[in-house]
Write a protein that binds this ligand. Structure first.
Ligand code: SF4
Length: 440
């Protein structure tokens, strides 16, 4: 019997990448095999609406598959993820892309087998969007890596930052039971996975909706005891929910890596208020002090938005000042762009595009200088590296990461294996990469 194939095109963040692993797991359990060909029997576009112009980019991709429907009328084309979850978008998709067969949202991924079966039976396009969903367990996952795994610990977000669409498309916070998460971690540890990243829009508020209210620190401490797992990372953290208990737990648990991604977003209290972030710069800097006191080797990374509606030149100077004060190891920097349906998009104080670009460039230049200095200062230090395999450019140059999440290139040596933990002496630090040699 001919094998049926599937292809998944993923847009967006790690949460979406992991959702695609779940879609792949479901399809493989149904007997489909992965292909990268346009002619797959099922093609799913897993969309994101956090980034700008998501709809336009999606429409371009999906429209190009119209010809496939002519040569292979049975091929199923679906659109899922955040975009159809936005009010009006699912209907617009069905209207404008007549060759799309399935449209479903973020809360009914697990219903994919039923949706496919129903479509095959009726031949009629299906659109199913649920406003909210329960936490569903025991869904198969086809993970991209045998070495590292993402594990979702909670869904949704309650924060309503004024620029962000996530709470509208992913719903309110819903935590997975700690026992289910630990069972998944044990299974991964037994299967040879060495590093896990616990995922959620705001992992620090984990457990608030569960009986007994275990918190994220409790989960980390329990995860630290799972055999086989060597490294634990997590994201994303919200500064408002970083507690002293969490900092101490990170410091105490030897498997929890010395790295925290802590979005600042803006270095001005006025802009933080406009963003509805729920903390002040002083509070943020206090957390940074606490982290560095407990873990002097910790690396810190962040997200910063420039040109938020109402951001003045003085506000932007405040952001530069925080960047200089914290000296992040690296930063994801963005020029603000409006998301339809969010309060910030309706503001009449939008910042001129040219000013946003100028500020963004200034911020990038500052951060690149700091990253370079910090990475150059790594020269002569020895790091524990989890070996990931050959680099994309050269077979003989392999890559791995430090516990502090820095990418390191080193020469392959006979006997070196993926998943091994080795010591590497850093010989050169560049802005985004370290270079080193293996230490025996
Ligand atoms: S914390 Fe704010 S930025 Fe992050 S997902 Fe929630 S609303 Fe969006």
């Amino acid at each position: 019997m001919e094998t049926k194939t599937y292809r998944i095109v993923t847009f967006g963040c790690q949460m979406n990448e992991h959702d695609s692993e779940i879609l792949a797991g479901i399809l493989e359990k149904m007997g489909y095999q992965r292909t990268e060909s346009d002619e797959a029997d099922v093609t799913l576009f897993n969309t994101c609406c956090v980034r700008e112009n998501a709809a336009q980019r999606l429409y371009g991709h999906v429209a190009s598959l119209k010809r496939i429907k002519k040569t292979k009328p049975d091929a199923i084309i679906g659109v899922c993820g955040c975009l159809p979850q936005q009010p009006g978008e699912a209907a617009a998709l069905m209207r404008q892309l007549a060759h799309v067969d399935l449209v479903f949202g973020t809360h009914n991924t697990h219903r994919l087998p039923e949706l496919i079966a129903r479509f095959k039976e009726t031949g009629k396009p299906i659109c199913e969007i649920l406003a909210e969903g329960d936490v569903v367990e025991d869904i198969p996952v086809k993970r991209a890596s045998q070495l590292k795994a993402w594990v979702t610990i909670m869904h949704g977000c309650n924060n309503f930052c004024s620029y962000c669409i996530v709470p509208y498309v992913r719903g309110r916070e819903k935590s997975r039971q700690m026992s289910d998460i630990l069972a998944e971690l044990s299974m991964l540890g037994n299967a040879g996975v060495r590093e896990v990243t616990l995922l959620g829009q705001n992992v620090n508020s984990y457990g608030k909706d569960l009986d007994g209210q275990p918190d994220f620190a409790d989960l980390l401490r329990a995860a630290n005891g799972v055999p086989g797992i060597e490294r634990i990372r997590f994201q994303t953290s919200h500064p408002r929910d970083v507690t002293t208990k969490l900092i101490q737990t990170m410091a105490d648990c030897e498997k929890v890596c010395e790295h925290l991604h802590l979005p600042l977003q803006a270095g001005s209290d006025r802009v933080l208020r406009l963003m509805n972030r729920g903390y002040t710069v002083a509070h943020y800097l206090n957390i940074v002090d606490g982290l560095r006191h407990a873990m002097p080797e910790i690396s810190l990374t962040t997200d910063i938005i420039v040109g938020f509606p109402g951001e003045s030149a003085a506000d932007f100077e405040d952001t530069l000042a925080v960047m200089k004060a914290v000296r992040y190891d690296s930063a994801f920097t963005f020029a603000y762009s409006p998301r339809k349906g969010t309060p910030a998009a309706a503001s009449n104080e939008q910042v001129d595009a040219a000013i946003k670009q100028e500020r963004l460039q200034q911020l990038i230049n500052l951060q690149n200088g700091i990253s370079l200095e910090l990475n150059q200062a790594e020269t002569g230090r020895v790091h524990e590296i989890l070996v990931e395999g050959p680099s994309q450019r050269e077979e003989t140059v392999w890559v791995g990461r430090t516990r502090s999440n820095k990418l390191v290139h080193f020469n392959y040596e006979v006997g070196m294996a993926v998943g091994q933990t080795i010591k590497v002496l850093i010989t050169e630090g560049q802005t985004h990469t370290l270079y080193g040699t293996r230490q025996s």
